[in-house]
Design a protein around this ligand. Sequence first.
Ligand SMILES: NC(=O)c1ccc[n+]([C@@H]2O[C@H](COP(=O)([O-])OP(=O)(O)OC[C@H]3O[C@@H](n4cnc5c(N)ncnc54)[C@H](O)[C@@H]3O)[C@@H](O)[C@H]2O)c1
Length: 250
Amino acid sequence: MRLKAKSAIVTGAASGFGAAIAERFAAEGARVVVADLNEAQGQAVAQRIGGVFVRCDVSRAEDVQALVQTAVQAYGRLDIVVNNAGVTHVNKPHLDVTEDEFDRLYRVNVKSLFHMNRAAVPAMRANPGGSSGVFVNVASTTGVRPGPGLCWYSGSKGAVITTSKGLALELARENIRVCVVNPMIGETAMLEQFMGMPDTPENRQRFLARIPLGRFTQPADVAGAALYLASDEAGFLTGVCLDVDGGRNI
Ligand SMILES: NC(=O)c1ccc[n+]([C@@H]2O[C@H](COP(=O)([O-])OP(=O)(O)OC[C@H]3O[C@@H](n4cnc5c(N)ncnc54)[C@H](O)[C@@H]3O)[C@@H](O)[C@H]2O)c1
């Protein structure tokens, strides 16, 4: 039990990487709040793992405040926050991305961190036994190594990485760590949007050819990395950005 009795929030936990993270955390003893816009799937995940579901739009301050309150009320403390909820625009030339798409990207991928820190840091400071906690923020390999067609998405994930490193420095003396996981293209609902073309075996091969370990990121890969960073085994790691990419970023 690597997260025994820890209290955790996982955003975007109704599907894909977030659902796998929530399930893995629960299997390792954490008490998990599943947060998502998708009520049906979020409820189902929470039920499966014996957690609590909160419908939450991470781009809205009041939703995020209520989410943190629920976690503290339910479990008496807040140890771990995984900021995983995210959106992309379809892979296309940067001038074809609309202003609405751009604003949504930054609201969901970047401003959500602003709202979450304002709600979660005070809760972590108030933990019984003293200030402590860890944030694991899900960015992307494209935040380090952008490719054509995903410029604005990549920029939003670059902002997540840089902001996380700054937060790691600012919060270190309060025993609050901030780490990042960078998945590579993964087999989730987002796959087709990232490819920007139909999900056929031939098109998949074009992307797979660029990944040294020869496969897409699986939700379990991201869950394993998030588990390690959130656990006490990583107690001396902060500001770390872990590529979960089969060697793509080398
Ligand atoms: N799949 C990939 O190829 C890939 C690669 C690198 C990074 N990522 C990142 O991984 C994270 C998870 O993505 P995924 O691939 O599992 O996709 P996914 O679409 O399966 O899951 C994303 C979840 O976030 C939820 N969500 C979206 N907007 C929300 C909001 N405003 N408030 C609350 N919940 C919201 C969705 O309902 C969904 O359940 C994202 O941050 C994504 O950018 C994905």
